[in-house]
Design a protein around this ligand. Structure first.
Ligand code: ACO
Length: 402
């Protein structure tokens, strides 16, 4: 493939592939997807087995280092992360500058970008100990940054991390806890969030991961590349879909819960009306993550005692779409985000914050891809070509004559 690409380039021909529907930008050993069969594997392990048996921290290790950790490797990895959860006090002050109603995604991206100003001694992408340190710093600090972005938005004081807790538990406490008040972690809530993070942890060359790789291909540091990835995830066609699904369900509810009417608007291609949480560039079958989440949504909502009319609307919407020719012909199935918003909502997160949770889950995948890209001898700076459609050469016209 690579040789053929070089040969084609030397002939002056360009592959025109808007949206990179059929362009392989890299080889990768991290995640395998078979979109027709609905298969997803991290480093060869089926997502169903990881969801059932693993933890987010273990999956992070697996994605980044390629193998499941031994008990001592896992302990070492966990301890390293726990040692780095604190933020520099000056970084905390960044949060004061943002408007209170700022969306937490750009706040998070800015804060991650700012990490490269605090750790200038460890930015060389080819220095392995530096990369290792940046990896640990990101995994440890991004949950703290995310929790602070939340606290800022509701005007509550920041809570320092409690490193006797696990990663997800610590994040929950920093997000929902209050100073001087004990915060009891509900193990069902922590388990649900851990599962959602596992399901989001990687998805090969999606928009944000490709962004991380593209930015990194210029040899920009890991913090800079991840910051760009967070912004790519922000868009409603990517990570922003989880918030958009909930807004869509709320809209249907506000309109009297008429699911058929909404589906007709989608089929009539009304401007800006899509069935959010449906469809995927790669999956032309049920997204395996959506399958896991659907059962989990029922269990979790029942366990934490929340009954949600929006869940009923979601189920009706899914049933209606799955038996409708418009969606069948286009192979549109629920994707990972169709049910996640309902779970996040039940766990107490505001809609604006959902995409931040996606970013927390996707972080180890981005890091794994950046590291793979940096180590790959085939990596070149990413530089797509174009088909020029502008004016032919013409002469400059003086302003007095225009
Ligand atoms: N609702 C209605 N119609 C849809 C949808 C949808 N959600 N998705 C695709 N279609 C239709 C398109 O209108 C198009 O129809 P046409 O052939 O009659 O023009 C056809 O299906 C193909 O769609 P494309 O937009 O060409 O598919 P593409 O691969 O470019 O887009 C995407 C994939 C962006 C995910 C799209 O399905 C979508 O917008 N979904 C809704 C947003 C969403 O849920 N995003 C999350 C994706 S998963 C993730 O990032 C975690």
């Amino acid at each position: 493939g690579i040789e053929l690409g070089k040969l084609l380039a030397s002939t002056g021909y360009i592959t025109y592939d808007p949206g990179f529907v059929n362009t392989g930008s890299t080889s990768s050993a991290i995640t395998y997807i078979d979109g027709d069969a609905g298969i997803l594997r991290y480093r060869g392990y089926p997502i169903e087995q990881l969801a059932q048996n693993s933890t987010f921290i273990e999956v992070s290790y697996l994605l980044i280092y390629g193998e499941l950790p031994t008990p001592s490797q896992l302990e070492d990895f966990t301890q390293k992360i726990n040692r780095h959860t604190l933020l520099h006090e000056d970084l905390k002050r960044f949060f004061d500058g943002f408007p209170r109603d700022a969306h937490p995604m750009p706040v998070l991206s800015s804060a991650v970008s700012a990490l490269s100003t605090f750790y200038q001694d460890a930015l060389n992408p080819f220095d392995e100990p530096n990369v290792e340190l940046s990896t640990v710093r990101l995994l440890a600090k991004v949950p703290t940054l995310a929790a602070y972005a939340y606290k800022k938005s509701i005007g509550q004081p920041f809570l320092y991390p409690d490193n006797s807790l696990g990663l997800v538990e610590n994040f929950l406490r920093m997000t929902f806890g209050l100073p001087a008040e004990p915060y009891e972690i509900d193990p069902d809530v922590a388990k649900a969030l851990d599962l959602l993070f596992i399901l989001h942890a990687d998805h090969e060359q999606n928009c944000s991961t490709s962004t991380v790789r593209l930015v990194g291909s210029s040899e920009a540091n890991l913090f800079a590349s991840i910051s760009a990835g967070i912004m790519a995830l922000f868009g409603p066609l990517h990570g922003g879909a989880n918030s958009a699904v909930l807004e869509m369900l709320q809209g249907i509810k506000a309109d009297g819960g008429d699911v058929a009417h909404f589906v007709n608007r989608v089929k009539n291609k009304e401007k800006g009306v899509r069935l959010m949480g449906f469809g995927h560039r790669v999956y032309k079958n049920y997204d395996p993550r959506a399958k896991i989440i659907k059962t989990t949504a029922d269990q979790i909502l029942a366990k934490i005692g929340v009954s949600d009319q929006l869940l009923d609307i979601a189920k009706e919407l899914e049933e209606t779409a799955l038996s409708d020719d418009y969606f069948i012909e286009r192979k549109l199935y629920p994707n990972v985000d169709f049910y996640t918003g309902l779970i996040y909502r039940a766990l107490g997160f505001p809609t604006k914050f959902f995409t931040v949770l996606f970013a927390l889950g996707r972080l180890p995948g981005w890091i794994a891809h950046w590291r793979e890209m940096i180590q790959d001898p085939q990596t070149k700076i990413g530089r797509p070509r174009q088909i020029y459609t502008g004016e032919k050469a013409r002469d400059y016209v003086a302003i007095s004559e225009r």
